[in-house]
Design a protein around this ligand. Structure first.
Ligand SMILES: Cc1cc2nc3c(=O)[nH]c(=O)nc-3n(C[C@H](O)[C@H](O)[C@H](O)COP(=O)(O)OP(=O)(O)OC[C@H]3O[C@@H](n4cnc5c(N)ncnc54)[C@H](O)[C@@H]3O)c2cc1C
Length: 393
């Protein structure tokens, strides 16, 4: 089949890889003029880790990733009041756990594509016409073309979803938090392999020291989410305003914002849809079922969705109706349970009240006890899903 994938983030290249392996003719179109490398350090484990292993990219992911040693909560003065050793994650997953910058993961997946995957940068889809046998696609720049299938892998604010299923507002559950992530060079102090957090009522600031003298910052705050649709400069001023007066190193971190090499800013939302497919069009990754950063697993789950969609297309020998319903049946309940679990973690990123803040601090302290940490982790890191055999095999 000829298949158009829209979006070269995490889900898009993973899907392109597996569809190509199964012998399909794949075209990948990305709106940005080059691969987008920004984003925070993400935790990577579970079924997505297994997909990466099957793609043969695991050695490179482990080489460029980090094994965080400690998670540390600090007070206004920067003094540690609660900490736990992060090897609980490692143990709970049998060593199949790594933290890696989102941009590095995206580029490793993209580099795994073979030359026969057609790539188009700096263009996007303007309109789709699915006549039941083919999908006629009108691009913003290129000439119109026809494909057997079109897959939207264009993220949380997917335009393929809008064109085919309707406005984002119908499917978005905003979780009341806005996120910003950026990285700078030469920031001091550095705490190697320590994830340092400072949490206050309504906001949190985290920093992580990376290779090349870079430091990444993740800031989350309670907000109405409207600034996410504004331009970069407006977003930076909202961030400064919302973080003003926060303790610890916050004012120093904000002073570096103007030197940020990459800047990510968005609403923390989930996408919940009754169906991820319509006719000859399907959605994967955040476009279909964004779990939000609260789940700590969005990229890995995006890869699982791509893998399962490709596997179902293989299994159904090109019968896209059967494949699409198999894809939804296998993953919708799983993704919904991940979304529900993520919502319960919202207080950990921006507690609503002093009571929630106290609760979060107590949990961090308890995680310092190996028995509690092992019990808590053992249950939450297991992915209740069996991956199908590799597509095309
Ligand atoms: C630059 C960037 C930084 C991020 N940083 C963080 C972070 O710090 N923390 C976090 O929790 N999540 C972050 N995310 C989201 C995270 O990457 C996703 O939750 C996860 O990887 C799911 O992957 P995805 O492929 O579905 O979506 P994404 O990784 O978001 O990829 C979607 C891709 O589609 C492209 N695209 C969008 N619209 C169109 C269009 N109309 N036509 C063609 N292409 C289009 C985008 O440019 C992007 O390359 C970031 C995403 C991006 C793009």
């Amino acid at each position: 089949m000829t298949i158009l994938i829209v979006g070269a983030g995490v889900a898009g290249p993973t899907l392109a890889y597996w569809l190509r392996r199964a012998g399909h003719d794949v075209t990948l179109v990305e709106r940005a003029s080059e691969l987008r490398r920004g984003g925070y350090v993400i935790d990577f484990w579970g079924a997505g880790f297994e997909v990466a292993d099957r793609m043969g990219v695991l050695p490179e992911i482990l080489r460029r990733g980090y094994r965080i040693g400690e998670v540390r909560q600090v007070n206004d003065a920067g003094r540690t009041f609660a900490a736990f050793r992060a090897d609980v994650f490692f143990r709970a997953t049998g060593g199949r756990y790594v933290s890696i910058p989102r941009g590095d993961l995206a580029s490793i997946l993209y580099d795994a594509l073979d030359d026969r995957v057609e790539r188009i940068f700096g263009d996007t889809v303007r309109a789709l016409d699915d006549d039941g046998t083919r999908v006629r696609v009108t691009f913003e720049q290129g000439a119109p073309r026809e494909f057997d299938l079109v897959v939207g892998a264009d993220g949380q604010h997917s335009s393929i979803r809008r064109l085919v299923f309707g406005p984002e507002a119908q499917f978005e559950t905003f979780l009341g938090i806005t996120v910003a992530a950026f990285d700078v060079e030469g920031y001091r102090p550095r705490d190697e392999l320590v994830y340092v957090l400072h949490t206050e009522v309504g906001r949190q600031i985290a920093r992580f020291a990376m290779d090349g003298d870079r430091t990444m910052f993740l800031l989350t705050f309670r907000d109405d989410g409207r600034a996410a649709t504004e331009d970069d400069e407006a977003q930076r001023s909202v961030l400064r305003a919302r973080m003003a007066g926060a303790g610890w190193e916050t004012s120093r971190i904000l002073a570096h914002l103007s030197e940020a090499r990459t800047f990510y800013f968005d609403r923390v939302s989930q996408i919940r849809m009754p169906s991820w497919t319509r006719g000859r069009v399907a959605l994967v990754g955040d476009a279909a079922a964004c779990v939000s950063l609260l789940a700590g697993q969005g990229t890995a789950l995006a890869m699982v969705e791509s893998y399962v969609l490709a596997a179902e297309l293989s299994r159904a020998r090109g019968d896209h109706r059967e494949a699409f319903s198999g894809y939804e049946r296998m993953l919708m309940p799983f993704l919904r349970s991940k979304q529900e679990a993520a919502v319960r973690l919202a207080p950990a990123f921006a507690p609503k009240s002093r009571a929630q803040l106290f609760f979060i601090k107590s949990i961090t302290k308890l995680m310092g006890l190996p028995l509690v940490a092992n019990l808590a982790m053992g249950k939450s890191v297991r992915d209740a899903i069996e991956l199908p055999p590799p597509p095309g095999e």
